[in-house]
Write a protein of this length. Structure first.
Ligand code: FAD
Length: 309
C-alpha cells in the first residue's frame, strides 16, 4: 500500500500562497480550524487545557508558527511561550501541562545559535514554571540541527524532549542514541512530504519502523512518549510495554487535540498517562494542512463543511 497521492498534493498545496489566501479567507475555515485548534489566544488555550486536565488527561501546548525568516517574529513566538508558561504556573496547570516548540518558529532557519538561545529562554521559563519542553521535529533538512540543539539544551535541562519520526530511515539509530536515562522521546510516524532517499513511503514499512523504534525506546531507560492515533499500534504498544515490564506512568500515549477524544479518555481510564497536543495561535494554516493530508476523512469533513454553506 503506497502513501495516498492526495497527501502529497495537499502538502504541496500547503506551500502555495494563493491556496493559503483562499483557505484563510473562506469563512468556513474557522469552524474546521476549531476542530483541531484550541483558539487564537493564550486565554483560550488555558481554558481548553483546564477542561482536558479536569477530565484526567495531560497536555502539551504548541504556539502555532513555523518557518520564520524574521528575527522579530521569532522573538514574538518566544514572548508567547513565556506568557503561556507564566499562565500555566499561575493557574496551577504546570504539573499536568508542558509545551512543544518548533525550532523553525524561533529562528532555526535564520541561525542555529539564535534558535538555541531562544529555545534556552523557553526552557528556563519552563523550569521556573515547574514544567518541561519538547522540541517538535520538522522536515528532514532540520533533523541534524534540531538534534544538535537538543543535545545542547539537555546539558542544562536534561528533561528536554525530542521527537523522532518512524518514516525516516535514520530513526532507529537516533532512538538507540536517545534511549538513555532521563531522556524523553516522542515517537511519531512523521507528517512532512519527504523524498524517498531519506524516508519510507510505504505505510507498512513506516508502521514496522514504528514498532522497531518503540522496542528500542522501551528497552532503554528513558521515558517514551508514543504519539499515534493508530488503533493497531496502540494495541501493539500496550502489549510491548507489558513485555518490557513497563508500568503505566513509565511511558505515555499522546494524541492530537480533536482526534479520537474517546480513545484518549479510554486509555486514561485504564491508568495510562495520555497527553493531548493542543495547538493554538493565529498561524494555524500549515498545521491544518498536515491534518487534512493525513486522512481522507479529515478532508471530507472540510469539504462537507464548505458544501453546507
Ligand atoms: P495514521 O497512519 O495517520 O492513521 C492510522 C489510523 O489511526 C487510521 O487508519 C485510523 O484508524 C486512526 N486515525 C487516524 N486519524 C484519525 C481520526 N481523525 N479519527 C479517527 N481515527 C483516526 N509529526 C511530525 O512530523 N513532527 C512532530 O513533532 C509531531 N508531533 C506530534 C505530536 C503528537 C502528540 C501526535 C499525535 C502527532 C504528532 N505528529 C508529528 C504527527 C504524526 O507524525 C502523524 O502525522 C500523525 O499522528 C498521524 O499518524 P498516526 O500515527 O496517527 O497514524
Amino acid at each position: 500500500l503506497r502513501v495516498n497521492p492526495l497527501r502529497s498534493l495537499i502538502l504541496a498545496a500547503a506551500g502555495n500562497d494563493a491556496i493559503r489566501k483562499l483557505v484563510a479567507t473562506t469563512p468556513i475555515s474557522r469552524d474546521v480550524v476549531r476542530r483541531f485548534v484550541a483558539g487564537e489566544t493564550t486565554a483560550e488555550a488555558i481554558t481548553v487545557t483546564r477542561t482536558l486536565v479536569d477530565s484526567g488527561l495531560t497536555v502539551t501546548l504548541d504556539y502555532l508558527g513555523e518557518d520564520t525568516t524574521d528575527a522579530e517574529l521569532a522573538e514574538q513566538t518566544v514572548q508567547a511561550y513565556l506568557k503561556l508558561l507564566d499562565r500555566l504556573h499561575a493557574e496551577n496547570l504546570a504539573e499536568r501541562a508542558e509545551v512543544s516548540v518548533k525550532l523553525s518558529a524561533v529562528g532555526q532557519l535564520l541561525d542555529e545559535t539564535l534558535a538555541l538561545n531562544n529555545a534556552s529562554r523557553i526552557c528556563a521559563a519552563a523550569e521556573q514554571a515547574g514544567t518541561t519542553v519538547t522540541l517538535d521535529m520538522e522536515d528532514h533538512t532540520t533533523t541534524d540541527s534540531t538534534l544538535r540543539i537538543l543535545d545542547e539544551l539537555r546539558r542544562t535541562w536534561p528533561w528536554t524532549g525530542a521527537v523522532l519520526q518512524s518514516y525516516l530511515h535514520r530513526t532507529l539509530d537516533d532512538c538507540a542514541r536517545l534511549a538513555g536515562s532521563g531522556s524523553r522521546v516522542r515517537l511519531c510516524k512523521g507528517a512532512y512530504a519527504e523524498p524517498e532517499q531519506v524516508a519510507f513511503a510505504d505505510k507498512h514499512e513506516i508502521d514496522v519502523g514504528y514498532v522497531r523504534c518503540a522496542n528500542a525506546l522501551l528497552a532503554g531507560d528513558g521515558y517514551p512518549m508514543f504519539a499515534t492515533h493508530d488503533p493497531r499500534l496502540v494495541e501493539i504498544l500496550s502489549e510491548r510495554a507489558k513485555w518490557h515490564d513497563r508500568k503505566p506512568g513509565s511511558f505515555e500515549f499522546q494524541m492530537l487535540y480533536g482526534i479520537r477524544p474517546d480513545e484518549q479518555l479510554r486509555l486514561a481510564g485504564e491508568g495510562h498517562t495520555v497527553r493531548v497536543y493542543v495547538p493554538y495561535g493565529e498561524q494555524w494554516y500549515g498545521y491544518l494542512m498536515r491534518r487534512l493530508a493525513e486522512r481522507p476523512a479529515n478532508m471530507a469533513f472540510f469539504l462537507r463543511a464548505l458544501a453546507s454553506r
